[in-house]
Design a protein. Sequence first.
Length: 256
Amino acid sequence: MGVIKVENVTMQFGGVTAVNNLNIEVEKGRIEALIGPNGAGKTTAFNVITGVYAPTKGNVLYKDENITGLTPDKITKKGIARTFQNIRLFKNLTVLDNILIANHLRIKSNFMSSTFRMPWSKREEKQMREKSEMLLDKLGLLTLKNEIAHSLPYGEQRKLEIARALATDANVLLLDEPAAGMNPSETMELSSFIYNIRDEFNLTIFMIEHHMDLVMEISEKIYVLDFGQLIAQGTADEIKNNQRVIEAYLGVDEDA
């Protein structure tokens, strides 16, 4: 069953078409990937799904509900969270504070009850802290909860960004190049980490990634974009042997 459906989506910026008539269906509970050369339109597609851009044409559906044009905060409240190619943590705050901030999406206390420390507000704050620490514990980050985010090793910062996305109670997680900047050892660890969070939190994961070893190892379905158009989709083996994909990445020898 498709949990996210991108239907005939086109995204234009002036005279430039970044995504052209894109159709994608991400199935519930799976790890799927969107790949393609630089400038293929991958991040633009993510930005349309998460409400950063309203598409020029077409629709985005989540659990068969049309979410086209909703703002990013409303889409996150519905259960879709994302990370970014360039890590966007609150770098001068602690690990725990980064998670607490994400939890604020779901709080019911208002400004007045929080200011005057009403009993229900204090109770909710306590519950939010306990929930945040439990999440950090599950992801192996609890011992780092008082560390300043920018002081963490790069791989741990990536995990923290994913943890912050999970703190919104996401059902679907969009990862934009989660292995960017990682060494081979960190990338291998990330592979296991993604598997584990998918199973632990019953997630659907859709990712953009340039590390082909990671993509081929963990993706159950792969979509390939080139110049904004979907040129292939299928399993890792099908994509590896697809001539159009090979040409998109390696180019075509015109003398061949």
